[in-house]
Ligand binder design. Sequence first.
Ligand code: OAD
Length: 236
Amino acid sequence: MVKPLNIVVLTGAGISADSGVDTFRDPDGAWMKNDPAKVATPEGFAEDPARVHAFYNARRAQLPKVDPNPAHFALTRLEEELVKVGGSLTLVTQNVDDLHQRAGSRRVLPIHGLLDHVECTSCGAIHTWAEDLSTDTPCPSCGETTMRPYIVWFGEIPRHFDEVEDAMMEAHLFAAIGTSGAVYPAAGLVSFARERGLPRVELNLDPSDNASLFTDNRYGRASTIVPAWVDELLDA
Ligand code: OAD
């Protein structure tokens, strides 16, 4: 059975790449085709909200067309097995798709928000949302047409970080899957894990920006290497 009882896994766009969701910094990634300053900052939204809505509407519309892949399901299986023996898997995800949740993962912390939610900048209400959003969309709570994607943009504070830090303090193992390590504070979790003396596994297509901070580096497609890693953990 699993030796590390409490595991924290950080995921990034690479885990959803095998489901057909574009990453950000790969050659065909979203930031290669769009300027993040224009579509992923509060200033870009203030300058041209319609442009920002169009970007996230297209990504939201993609959600029903994609499904979780074997890497998402492997993490669900790992969580189930850990919970059976009194442990936990905390899945800290930078992804705003809902593929971990749809794969059945229970303890998911979406630190960069969720595509299928929107937030009213007038009353603060948060709503689940499957449709397009526009500058004319009234908030179901207050009626103001000031809705924005429920996404953490550059310059904004990631969500759930207190819970992330609590989970890191309890963890026996840290893993990062499918992330370039370019965006903080998520990219700093491996250093936090190192300070705590935890084993640190990187599972990615290529070495990330902070690959040297990990104690175990495994490269390949997430849909192949993540199930293999989970099998190995569960057989240990
Ligand atoms: P990136 O696009 O920066 O990095 C994706 C990583 O996944 C790269 O290191 C790839 O090598 C790897 N990768 C690609 N395909 C893969 C596959 N099939 N299997 C395994 N790995 C694969 O995406 P993130 O690190 O998630 O934030 O980016 C972090 C944040 O930057 C995002 O959450 C987003 C972006 O700005 C916001 O939008 C707030």
